[in-house]
Each structure stands twice: as structure tokens, then as C-alpha cells.
Design a protein around this ligand. Structure first.
Ligand code: SF4
Ligand code: SF4
Ligand code: SF4
Length: 282
């Protein structure tokens, strides 16, 4: 699913209506539980909002941003859930030299740790800054939201969507766009007139409605054109030394991964099975 003429209407998408988000962070907790992600040290104030933890990481695939703003002289809060956008034509997949990222027919963009050589091109290419590297590990991998592909392919909704009491709808991209358009038309006083994700980066599987202008909430201004055609041009501008060093490190990393995988497979053969979700769809 990589051609710009492909139709993504039937792929699954999130409609995240931030005007209905209560900031309960049920989605954040559900994601941690389903993906068996460890807790992190948290800080109350990060400088760019009041969210906790302050940034997405290899242990936090989604976080709810808390943004304060002034309305009629009053302090108000806006909340919104941040996650991988599951782009229709993902830049991460287009630059990966070994095909570790894939846009599935169902919609989620998934990652195959067995293929990854650790070059981190995906981290440079992603316009939303999503893929994270396991810097703290001896054998690091890239981590990001999987769109709960193992659930979606079985006909279930993602864990975060299931947990959300108010703000997240999940269905075909065509249905979600229709629903978003209906809300904008019926309640113009409630919404800022834009659907973030409809066209950004060529269109994504995460669609947002907001009350405030997108830049005031901290949504990144991203080109509306599909990115894969640009990404290699952009990466060519990365200094050669970086690519050379990166290439060398990648090779070392690939061999390390390979050794680790062989050990893990041997452990599994010996009956020491890995936790169920660890290898499913990250
Ligand atoms: S948001 Fe980034 S990591 Fe997610 S699919 Fe798009 S390019 Fe890939
Ligand atoms: S889709 Fe799954 S992995 Fe992604 S944020 Fe939601 S619960 Fe986490
Ligand atoms: S579960 Fe829903 S309402 Fe609660 S923080 Fe997440 S998106 Fe907002």
C-alpha cells in the first residue's frame, strides 16, 4: 500500500475529538497494560505542558498532552492524546533499507524487530517525531505505537480506543472523515474548522478535531503532500560522516541483534518463553 493513488477509505482510523477529551488518561494506561510497557519516572512540569510523562518514549507509546490557554479571561485546559499517526504513506517505511516498517491493509503501520538493523533512518524521516530508540538497552530496537495490530487484525479495537469513555471513535477512515465533517458542520461554534490528519503527510489514520487553532495546541504544521518521494532526497542532505558512522554502527547493531535473537530463540526452545506481547507486533 504505498502508491499515492491508493485508496485508504477502508483502512481503520481513529477520530480523536479533543473537545470531548477529559484528560483521564485511561488510553495511556490501557496502552501500557496491553503492550506490557514499564512505568517511567514522571515529572509534573516539562516546560511545554503539564503532561506526564513529559515525552513519548520507548516505554510510552501514547501520552495525553495537557495544554493551558486563556479564554474570556479564564484559564482553560485542552487535552489531547498523542501517538503514531499511522500515515497512509509512511515516511518511516519509505526510508527503511530493510523493510522493517509496513503499512498494513487494515491501517496500522507495524514494525518487524527481526529485520531492523538499527540505522535509525526512520527516526529522522518521521515528520511527527514518533519512533523512539531503546538507548538504555544493550541491544536496542526502535519502538512505537503498533496501532494494536494484533487486536485489529482479529476484529478488535485498539486497547486505547476501548478504554476511552468519550473522545475516541474507531472505524473505517471514510466513516471517521464523514463523522468529523458532520460534527464540524453541525457545531461550527464548538470546533476549529480543520481535521488534522485528513491531508497532513498525505493523510493519516489518526484524525483530530479541536476547539482551538492547531498551532495554539502545539500540533506540528506538516506538509499536506505524501512524504515518501521526498524522504530519500532529504536524507541525502544528511552529512556523509553521519551516514558512514551510522552505517558502521548499524552493522554492529545488526550483528548484536542477531546474536540476541539466536539466544532468545534458543531460550524459547528450552522452554523459557518470552512474554506474550513482546514480539507480536511492535
Ligand atoms: S507518524 Fe512517523 S512512525 Fe508513525 S507511520 Fe507516520 S512516519 Fe511512521
Ligand atoms: S493503538 Fe495500541 S499501541 Fe497505539 S496508543 Fe493505542 S493502545 Fe497504544
Ligand atoms: S481515554 Fe479518552 S478521554 Fe481519557 S485522556 Fe484518553 S482520549 Fe482523553
Amino acid at each position: 500500500m504505498s502508491s499515492s493513488t491508493a485508496n485508504f477509505d477502508k483502512t481503520k482510523a481513529f477520530l480523536i475529538d479533543t473537545t470531548k477529551c477529559t484528560g483521564c488518561r485511561g488510553c495511556q494506561v490501557a496502552c501500557k497494560q496491553w503492550n506490557q510497557l514499564k512505568a517511567e519516572d514522571t515529572k509534573f512540569f516539562s516546560g511545554e505542558g503539564y503532561q506526564n510523562p513529559p515525552l513519548m518514549s520507548e516505554y510510552t507509546f501514547t501520552r495525553v498532552k495537557f495544554k493551558d490557554y486563556q479564554k474570556n479571561g479564564q484559564n482553560e485546559f485542552a487535552f489531547y492524546k498523542e501517538m503514531c499517526m499511522h500515515c497512509n504513506e509512511p515516511a518511516c517505511a519509505s526510508v527503511c533499507p530493510v523493510g522493517a516498517f509496513k503499512k498494513t491493509a487494515e491501517g496500522p503501520v507495524i514494525y518487524d524487530a527481526k529485520r531492523c538493523i538499527g540505522c535509525r533512518f526512520c527516526m529522522i524521516a518521521c515528520p511527527f517525531g514518533v519512533p523512539k530508540y531503546e538507548w538504555s538497552k544493550a541491544f536496542p530496537l526502535v519502538r512505537k505505537c503498533t496501532g494494536c495490530y494484533s487486536r485489529v487484525k482479529e476484529g478488535l479495537q485498539p486497547a486505547c480506543a476501548t478504554a476511552c469513555p468519550t473522545a475516541i471513535s474507531y472505524g473505517s477512515r471514510a466513516e471517521m472523515l464523514k463523522e468529523a465533517g458532520k460534527r464540524l458542520k453541525n457545531r461550527p461554534e464548538r470546533y476549529y474548522n480543520a481535521i488534522y490528519g485528513k491531508d497532513e503527510a498525505g493523510g493519516t489514520s489518526i484524525l483530530y478535531l479541536t476547539q482551538q487553532p492547531l498551532d495554539e495546541l502545539g500540533f506540528k504544521p506538516v506538509t499536506k503532500r505524501s512524504l515518501p518521494s521526498y524522504t530519500w532526497q532529504a536524507l541525502r542532505l544528511v552529512p556523509g560522516i553521519f551516514l558512514t558512522v551510522g552505517g558502521g554502527l548499524s552493522l554492529v547493531s545488526w550483528f548484536n541483534h542477531r546474536k540476541e535473537r539466536i539466544k532468545r530463540e534458543q531460550d524459547q526452545l528450552n522452554g523459557a518463553a518470552a512474554p506474550e506481547n513482546k514480539e507480536v507486533d511492535r
